[in-house]
Design a protein. Structure first.
Length: 474
């Protein structure tokens, strides 16, 4: 087993190798003038290969003797964080392992600007990620020499946080249950000198009854992970992540195709830890708290049932109408605990509803907020961060759908619109009126694209960090 917390690709170098090749970016806008200035040999290779920046292509240019001379990387006029991912993956496919093992590459910074150079390095790093915990993958990634002037700490933090998120979600449930998720959280907290408390057993049953009720059906015991970091005088921000390490659906058992990827039902927890890693590594001036209710939703003689009624930490009674709507149940107690501290902002991540995917597809998480100005800011920042989110309405008239005849609320309305109903349900467990964001994420890449391999994916992590940096980083 590799360590998902520290298993980032080792693809950046501080010294040149014996064979050192420049990577020169060519933008769409400057393509014509660039081509005009090239020697006949390069023009011939461009013509034969069909190289053009619009296609996100890479040209491995060779000298008169046939040796690799330089790399031309097609990029957008405003460089995307994924543009150089295309280049890195192209080099991995087209160049031999013997060649890569003795070669270093270097991005030439002319015209990219500070942010563009950072994006180029980040994309390269993401393209080098491989989940190799169960399958030998000794293939050498193309190694990149740090370009002069690039913000190494920022690049490393983004690459490491995204790769940590991917590895946590990609790890199968037999090797990542609540206990292993706790161990990962402890390692991350230890690396950044954060404090961590884990609530289990009787204390969990008493203080966080909904977390206990959902997780009690499994021999892999439920827990609440609580991390704190930063100066207590700084603005308080609490991030909550749904940590259902595997979801069978409980007694309302999922059909097999829907259970296939349920190792990723702790994707909310992985996102919360990913944002925390960025905040701590880049030393954002906030008082950060991370809460992860970690459970396995199993089937056993102790499993909670449809029709059961529970009393949450806040004192609200909940009629359970669907044991497969367990994620919102465990989030209730965490939201109440978070808001008891009166933070400036509460954010929760959860792989929560199929209706969010039906509405927006796999790449664009739905999000909700009780602050319209905050929602508008986040949506705009998410587009800039190339991590798009889309605001959905907290339509208060729909609260009638989550009213129960025998309790205060029910957890699943059973009619279309579950992404809104679940957000309205969660809102009831806040104490006071803190600014709040709820992200309904998918956390999975269906197809596989450069810099985004098939499997676990960050969907909304970088957008939230952009918001935190915009709001607190100045």
């Amino acid at each position: 087993m590799t360590d998902p917390v520290f298993d980032a690709p080792k693809c950046f170098l501080t010294k040149k190798r014996s064979n050192h090749i420049p990577v020169i970016t060519v933008s769409e806008k400057k393509y014509a003038s660039w081509l005009k200035a090239q020697p006949a040999l390069i023009k011939k290779q461009v013509s034969e290969s069909g190289f053009h920046p619009k296609a996100g292509q890479t040209l491995i240019a060779r000298n008169a003797k046939g040796g690799v001379d330089k790399i031309f990387a097609g990029v957008r006029d405003t460089i995307s964080v994924y543009d150089l991912a295309v280049t890195a993956e192209s080099l991995s496919r087209q160049l031999s392992q013997d060649f890569l093992k003795k070669t270093s590459f270097e991005i030439k910074a002319a015209g990219l600007g500070k942010e563009g150079l950072v994006n180029a390095h980040i994309g390269w790093g993401w393209a080098c990620y491989k989940f190799a915990a169960y399958k030998d993958n000794k293939k050498e990634p193309p190694k990149l020499l740090w370009a002069k002037g690039v913000e190494r700490k920022r690049v490393s933090s983004y690459v490491e946080s995204v790769c940590m998120l991917r590895s946590l979600i990609n790890t199968p449930a037999n090797d990542l249950g609540p206990e292993e998720l706790e161990k990962a959280a402890r390692k991350l907290a230890g690396k950044h000198k954060a404090t961590i408390k884990v609530v289990k057993g009787k204390e969990l049953k008493t203080g966080f009854p909904m977390v206990f009720a959902v997780g009690d059906s499994s021999p892999r015991r439920p827990r609440l992970i609580d991390i704190k970091w930063g100066n207590p005088k700084h603005p308080k921000v609490t991030i909550i992540g749904k940590g259902v390490c595997f979801d069978t659906g409980g007694l309302d058992l999922k059909p097999s195709p829907h259970m296939r990827l349920m190792k990723k039902d702790m994707g909310g927890a992985a996102h919360a830890l990913g944002v925390a890693k960025l905040v701590m590594a880049l030393n954002l001036p906030i008082r950060l708290r991370v809460l992860i209710p970690a459970v396995e939703n199993s089937v056993s003689g102790k499993a909670f049932r449809p029709g059961d009624v529970f009393t949450s930490r806040k004192g609200i009674t909940i009629e359970n109408t669907n044991t497969d709507a367990e994620g919102r149940l465990i989030l209730t107690d965490a939201l109440t605990l978070a808001s008891e501290e009166k933070p400036d902002l509460i954010i929760d991540y959860a792989t929560l509803t199929g209706s969010a995917r039906a509405a927006l597809g796999p790449d664009v998480p739905a999000f909700f907020s009780n602050n319209d100005k905050l929602a508008d800011t986040l949506q705009k920042l998410s587009i800039k961060a190339e991590d798009p989110l889309w605001a959905m309405p907290l339509w208060q008239p729909y609260k009638k759908y989550i009213e129960s005849p025998i309790a205060d609320l029910l957890n699943s309305a059973g009619v279309p619109g579950d992404l809104i109903f679940s957000a309205l349900f969660l809102q009831q467990f806040l104490v006071g009126k803190p600014d709040w964001l709820h992200l309904d994420v998918y956390a999975w890449e269906q197809m596989g694209r450069p810099g985004r391999p098939k499997g676990a994916s960050d969907t909304g992590m970088r957008a939230i960090f952009a918001l935190l940096e915009e709001r607190y980083g100045k």
